[in-house]
Design a protein around this ligand. Structure first.
Ligand SMILES: Cc1cc2nc3c(=O)[nH]c(=O)nc-3n(C[C@H](O)[C@H](O)[C@H](O)COP(=O)(O)OP(=O)(O)OC[C@H]3O[C@@H](n4cnc5c(N)ncnc54)[C@H](O)[C@@H]3O)c2cc1C
Length: 141
């Protein structure tokens, strides 16, 4: 990202929960030494494009057994392409067509549809799909 080869997004909003983060439902299931994410994120600025080699999504999600409300939200790093170049399991479900602020796309992203299944996961049952950010296991945002 420092070299400008990747861009990033911040995936907080969901179709049913914009301002109300306590209501977000995207979940992160432990899988091997990483997590698999399942859920939908709405209004994601620069959510998908081909201007850069990769897009790194920072995604808010809940892990099993976490406390309710905002204290149960964790942050995950979810690259569109994994380190070996393979597609991760995040897809663009649609674009939001805006009246203004048209310099960047705005997208609805689906996580965990299963359309892309990284080989590392298939071969070893170990997921590389999402990594929790250091020191943010179940912390509030
Ligand atoms: C151009 C654009 C780009 C965006 N980019 C991103 C992005 O990159 N990533 C991302 O995660 N999200 C993004 N968003 C979403 C944005 O950050 C907000 O979360 C979202 O627009 C607000 O959610 P909502 O539309 O469901 O409105 P709501 O949360 O339903 O709010 C509707 C209205 O109710 C009011 N309201 C809400 N809660 C309360 C309350 N408790 N008390 C009183 N009034 C209240 C609000 O002020 C607002 O007027 C983007 C939105 C836009 C328009």
């Amino acid at each position: 990202m420092v070299e400008g080869r990747y861009t990033g997004t911040m995936c907080l909003s969901e179709p049913h929960a914009g301002s109300s983060l306590a209501d977000l439902t995207t979940r992160a299931e432990p899988d091997g030494d990483a997590y698999r994410l399942f859920g939908n994120k709405m209004w994601i600025s620069a959510g998908d494009h081909e201007l850069t080699e990769n897009i790194v999504h920072l995604v808010l999600a809940r892990i099993p057994g976490g406390p309710p409300g905002v204290r149960g939200i964790s942050l995950f790093v979810v690259p569109k392409h994994l380190a070996d170049g393979e597609r991760n399991d995040v897809v663009t479900a649609g674009l939001n067509h805006k009246m203004g602020y048209r310099g960047t796309v705005n997208a609805l992203l689906n996580f965990g549809e299963g359309r892309h299944t990284p080989a590392a996961h298939r071969a070893r049952s170990a997921s590389w799909w999402a990594s929790p950010t250091r020191g943010c296991g179940t912390c509030s945002t």
